[in-house]
Ligand binder design. Structure first.
Ligand code: SF4
Length: 455
C-alpha cells in the first residue's frame, strides 16, 4: 500500500494508503508533478501540498437555505450555524451513516430498522443532512426516503437480477474504464457518492471498503494512458461514484489531463451531487469546470420534491458556467411512476435549464425488484407526456440492455399500419392520420382493418 497525503472533509491533512475505502472519498489531492511536468498522483506527501484555504464565509453564506432545510437543521443539528450547513464539507462529514443515526432522525419501520442493522458490504447508508431534510421523517413510503433507506427486500435476489447487470466488468479496458462503444468510454473515477441510492446500478462497487476497484490515482493513470493510446475515443463520460465528490484540485487535474488529449473532443460528467449536496457547487468548483469546456453534465434527478432553492441555485451556477445540463431519471415503483409526477419533474427541470435526457427502466440489479415497474409503465408515461406538453420536456425512455447491449429506446407505437402508398398513424389524442409514403415499407407488417371513414 502506498502512503499519500490527502485532506479530509474538514481540510485536515491525513496520511492514508491508496487502498483506503472510497468512503474517504471527498478529498483534495494536489497531484505531484515530476521534473518533466507529468503528474503522478500517488507518492509520499509532497511539500507542494498545502491545505486548501478556508472558504471565505461570504461565499458560503450566499447559498440559500430552503424552509424545509432550515427547520430540519434547527431540530436535528441545533449546534450548526448557517455557514456550517452551507459548507459541503460539513454536510459530508455529517452524513447519516449508521442505523443509530437513522434512528435519531427518522421514525423507522421495523423493516427499515432490521435492514439497516443487518446491512454489510457495499452500498452503505449515506444521506447528507440536506437531502434528509427533504424526506418524510414519519412515513416509510415517502418517495425520497424510499430511495435511500434500505428495506428487507433489498436482500432478496429475484430471477434475472445480477450484481453487474450491464456487464460493465466484461468491458473494462483498464480497472474502472469501460470501453464498450468504439468512440467513447465510461471512466469510473471514484467509489464515493454523497448519498447512496438503494437501486444503484453500481452497488457492487460504490461505498465499498476494499471492493474490486480501488479507484486509486494509479488506476486513473492507467485509464488516462489507455485513452491517450486510443485515438478513436472522442467522448469521455466521468462517472463513479460521483465525480463531483472529488476535490477541486484533483478534478481540475483529471479534466486537464483529458482536455490535453487531442482526440478527446468533449467530456461529460454524470452526477447526483447538485441534487443531494447542492452546496458542493461552489464558485471555486465552477471556476474549475469552466476551464475545461466543452464540458457537459448529466444530473440524476428522481422526484419533484428535489426542487428546492438550493438546487435552483446549484443548477443556475452550472448553467451560467455554460455547461449544457441534461437529466437522468430512473423509473421507480411507487416513487415516480406516475404521469403527473413525471410531468412535474420534467417541467421543473426545464425551468432550471436542465433538458430531460434519459428516463431509465430500472436495471435488474440484485435486490431491486421492489423498485422495478413493468416496461409498460414507462411507455405509458411517455405516451402521457408526448403531445401533452412541450417536446423538450420528454426524455428518451430506455432499457439499458442486460449483458451489455447498451441503451435501447422504447417508445409508444404511433404507427397503425400501411394502406398501399399511405402510412396510417395515430396521435396523442388517438386521432388517425394518413401520410403519403409511396416509397416506404414501414407498417406493412401490420394488418390495417379500419375503414377510412373511421379516420
Ligand atoms: S449517486 Fe449514482 S453512483 Fe451513487 S449510489 Fe446513486 S445511482 Fe449509484
Amino acid at each position: 500500500m502506498t502512503a499519500h497525503t490527502i485532506f479530509d472533509a474538514s481540510g485536515r491533512k491525513q496520511d492514508r494508503s491508496s487502498q483506503t475505502s472510497p468512503e474517504n472519498g471527498i478529498d483534495s489531492v494536489r497531484p505531484k508533478r515530476s521534473a518533466r511536468g507529468s503528474a503522478a498522483l500517488l507518492g509520499p506527501a509532497p511539500a507542494a501540498i498545502s491545505a486548501p484555504a478556508p472558504t471565505p464565509l461570504r461565499r458560503v453564506n450566499r447559498f440559500p437555505i430552503g424552509p424545509a432545510s432550515r427547520a430540519f437543521m434547527k431540530r436535528f443539528y441545533p449546534e450548526a450555524t448557517q455557514d456550517d450547513w452551507n459548507d459541503w464539507r460539513w454536510q459530508s462529514r455529517h452524513r447519516i451513516r449508521s442505523a443509530a443515526e437513522l434512528e435519531r432522525i427518522f421514525k423507522l419501520s421495523d423493516d427499515e430498522r432490521t435492514a439497516a442493522a443487518n446491512h454489510t458490504g457495499s452500498l452503505p447508508v449515506g444521506i447528507t443532512p440536506y437531502y434528509a431534510s427533504l424526506m418524510g421523517l414519519e412515513d416509510p413510503m415517502e418517495p425520497l426516503r424510499r430511495t435511500h433507506i434500505m428495506v428487507g427486500q433489498e436482500f432478496l435476489k429475484m430471477p434475472g437480477e445480477e450484481d453487474d447487470p450491464l456487464g460493465e466488468d466484461h468491458d473494462m479496458a483498464t480497472p474502472g474504464l469501460v470501453h464498450r462503444y468504439p468512440d467513447r468510454v465510461l471512466f469510473l473515477t471514484t467509489g464515493f457518492c454523497a448519498t447512496y441510492c438503494r437501486y444503484c446500478t453500481r452497488s457492487r462497487m460504490v461505498g465499498n471498503a476494499g471492493g474490486e476497484y480501488h479507484f486509486s490515482t494509479a488506476e486513473w493513470e492507467k485509464a488516462l494512458e489507455y485513452i491517450e493510446a486510443h485515438t478513436e475515443i472522442r467522448d469521455v463520460l466521468l462517472s463513479g461514484g460521483d465525480p463531483l465528490s472529488i476535490g477541486d484540485d484533483k478534478l481540475d487535474y483529471l479534466l486537464g489531463r483529458l482536455r490535453k488529449i487531442k482526440h478527446v473532443e468533449f467530456v461529460r460528467i454524470g452526477t447526483k451531487i447538485p441534487v443531494v449536496l447542492p452546496q458542493r457547487v461552489t464558485r471555486d468548483l465552477i471556476r474549475v469546470l469552466k476551464k475545461h469546456h466543452p464540458l457537459w453534465m448529466s444530473l440524476h434527478f428522481t422526484h419533484p420534491a428535489e426542487f428546492t432553492p438550493e438546487v435552483t441555485e446549484a443548477t443556475a451556477r452550472l448553467a451560467d458556467a455554460g455547461i449544457p445540463l441534461g437529466s437522468q431519471t430512473v423509473l421507480l415503483k411507487d416513487i415516480n411512476d406516475d404521469v403527473g409526477v413525471m410531468k412535474n419533474l420534467m417541467h421543473g427541470l426545464l425551468m432550471r435549464r436542465v433538458r430531460p435526457y434519459y428516463l431509465y427502466q430500472c436495471d435488474p440489479i440484485t435486490g431491486s425488484a421492489h423498485f422495478r415497474t413493468s416496461v409498460d409503465k414507462g411507455v405509458e408515461i411517455i405516451r402521457g407526456l408526448r403531445g401533452h406538453t412541450t417536446g423538450y420536456a420528454i426524455p428518451t425512455f430506455v432499457i439499458d440492455a442486460p449483458g451489455g447491449g447498451g441503451k435501447i429506446p422504447v417508445n409508444p407505437d404511433y404507427i397503425l399500419g400501411r394502406d398501399g402508398d399511405e402510412l396510417v398513424l395515430t396521435n396523442y389524442e388517438n386521432g388517425r392520420y394518413r401520410y403519403p409514403d409511396p416509397d416506404g415499407a414501414v407498417g406493412a407488417d401490420k394488418p390495417l382493418d379500419l375503414p377510412a371513414a373511421a379516420e
